[in-house]
Design a protein around this ligand. Structure first.
Ligand code: FMN
Ligand code: ADP
Length: 315
């Protein structure tokens, strides 16, 4: 897969010399609805013997119109994971367009001329609610006016699950409330968080449950507080270790502690401070509890481990 970063005004020599099938969207999460759009585009690319291109943006375009700032936005998939998932879906060319002031205020006609026609789209594929400018004038129903017959339009209907549209918003809500099974079903894969192993208070090993303290990458969305059954892969290794994670303020040990992500791995006994890890979130077990003492916490951790092992074994 070729990755081509375009920043306005981009250089036309960056564009490969072939017509393409072009799927457009922000695709945060690359969830099952997004996968449907890309699969429609991939089939068309296959049948027409054209390369499959996807156009996405480096940051979430909607943040320009909300209270969320560029740095406080949290994503389901950061660019690195999005790139990996696009590659796995068979994308040949991934355009990552810098979403800056030039793009926000670009009139729809200019956007279509520069980012569909000039990218040599023979087919433009997008979901029914895709917009490429102000929602009043830059919708899929209005796209034929801007296309002026220069490319074909394929509008993909929403994928529904339980009578509701599969959407990034729905997945964000499911994650925030610990509904991991629902989030994973809508994503079509197990949700992942990436981070670095840092030092904690070294209480874990005293409890008999040492934990990887994971500092998540900035701007990656972490699930809501609670205890989860997880799998962890250390960067550069291929083994997935089973374990259990807690997200929260460890209130048993004090009132104003920082929110941490801690993971106890089963069948693991190595020092891995400083390593990068990928965490896959499989099941929600329970909310965080303020225990009266560490004996109660240890007892609960033993029960959590037994339950996690059972759940993870059934995968
Ligand atoms: C699976 C799991 C569940 C946990 N559940 C709770 C909990 O319900 N309440 C709590 O106060 N701490 C909970 N903890 C967090 C422990 O307090 C924490 O791991 C311990 O303080 C070790 O901290 P350290 O890594 O900084 O040494 C949990 C930890 C794990 C791994
Ligand atoms: N089974 C295990 N699960 C998680 N971490 C483990 C395990 N065995 C050893 N470790 C190591 O022990 C460290 C955690 O011990 P802990 O006492 O919780 O210290 P800290 O507070 O620094 O996280 C981890 O960073 C990891 O390198």
């Amino acid at each position: 897969m070729r990755i081509i970063r375009l920043t306005e005004p981009y250089d036309q020599t960056q564009i490969p010399n072939s017509d393409v099938v072009l799927a457009m969207g922000f695709f945060d999460g690359v969830h099952r609805g997004h996968q449907r759009v890309i699969n429609v585009a991939r089939k068309k690319a296959h049948n027409t013997h054209l390369p499959l291109a996807v156009l996405t943006f480096d940051i979430y375009p909607k943040i320009f119109f909300t209270d969320v700032t560029k740095d406080s936005m949290c994503y389901l998939t950061l660019n690195q994971e999005k790139i990996e998932r696009m590659e796995a879906l068979g994308v040949d060319i991934l355009y990552i367009v810098t979403f800056d002031e030039n793009l926000v205020y670009m009139p729809p006609q200019e956007f279509i001329d520069k980012y569909a026609v000039a990218l040599r789209a023979r087919y433009l594929v997008a979901g029914a609610d895709f917009t490429y400018g102000p929602p009043a004038i830059a919708t899929m129903p209005l796209l034929p006016e801007y296309a002026q017959g220069r490319f074909n339009i394929m509008c993909v209907n929403h994928l529904c699950d339980g009578g509701q549209k599969v959407s990034s918003t729905r997945i964000r809500q499911a994650l925030a409330t610990g509904q991991m099974t629902e989030a994973n079903r809508l994503l079509g894969y197990h949700y992942q968080v990436h981070g670095k192993v840092v030092h904690g208070f070294q209480r874990g090993r005293e409890l008999g449950f040492p934990t990887l303290n994971v500092l998540p990458w900035a701007q990656e969305r972490i699930p809501g507080d609670g205890v989860y059954a997880v799998r962890v892969c250390l960067d550069g290794e291929s083994t997935w270790y089973q374990g259990m994670a807690s997200i929260g303020n460890n209130e048993t040990f004090g009132n104003d502690l920082a929110r941490t992500v801690e993971i106890n791995l089963f069948n693991f006994n190595r020092q891995v401070y400083g390593r990068q890890v990928t965490v896959e979130w499989m099941y929600y077990l329970r909310p965080m509890i303020k225990f009266d003492g560490i004996d109660e916490l240890i007892c609960q951790l033993q029960a959590d481990r037994a339950r996690s092992r059972k759940l993870l074994a059934s995968l």
